[in-house]
Ligand binder design. Sequence first.
Ligand code: NCD
Length: 324
Amino acid sequence: MSVPVRDNRYPHRHLLGIDGLSADEIGYLLDVSDSYVDLNRKVDKKQTGLRGQTLINLFFENSTRTRTSFELAGKRLGSDVINMSVAASAIKKGETLLDTAMTLNAMHPDVLVVRHPESGAVKLLSEKVECAVINAGDGSHEHPTQALLDALTIRRRRGRLDGLVVAICGDILHSRVARSNIHLLNVMGARVRLVAPPTLLPTAAVRLGAEVFNDMRAGLADCDIVMMLRLQTERMQGRFVPSTREYYRFYGLDSEKLALARPDALIMHPGPMNRGVEIDSQLADDITRSVILDQVELGVAVRMACLEVLSGNRRRRSIESAVA
Ligand code: NCD
């Protein structure tokens, strides 16, 4: 079976961030993602729509979920997938990011999936290559496919995003997941609350279009979704919280604080989780409230959709340029 031909409602070459995308473009990516969920639950999942195409996963930072799910997504659509390990690459010999990009570009990949510790590095790279580029997380800037899979998880559970109150809690300052989610939820009509100690909030937090809370109990009151974030210690220079024990007491999600949210409020976390730091271990595993593993499952569908849509755009462009 080949990839279905759909309307071109996401006309871009790359997926670098959520900022700047319209509600229609986001809704379209979510609809295409939805169409892959059932397929991924079947025993026979193999599609051939991306046969002959090459996807390169280029990760300059650690990853479990994101890298694996891009690999699965590419393979399920029939693409060849190469995982570039930075530890074993010429980058360790002093090659610059752009030289690496140009080298890979010369081998004609169709899609580059890039994660990099510097905000803006993925965009810079996308300007130097001919293939489609997907940002798999750049510094504390954006992580668009994570926001899409979070939105798909909420939409499938609640039937909508519009009008829901979403509390994003924890290390907002260093979180690309928070930034992409704020953009997406605002565009889709949800109400965003940011819940964190002042040290873990960006100075211009209110300008992001969210309500800001330093008191977690007030921030969780009557919300529909509780999205917990990890303390991104690898991005911290110096100490941002007095101790993880104290942090858990004031900002960790436990059943007492969760009781202030709506009785059916969903618990989300992009992973990796630090149990007992930002979330109580039992709550994280409570399948009546926690949709953390749904997020992982839907991540594959979202990445299949992004690969399908960007590769369709690439094909269209090459046909148009051949005709011109
Ligand atoms: C997140 C990331 O890398 O930004 N993880 C992920 O992609 N699932 C969040 C994190 O590392 O805490």
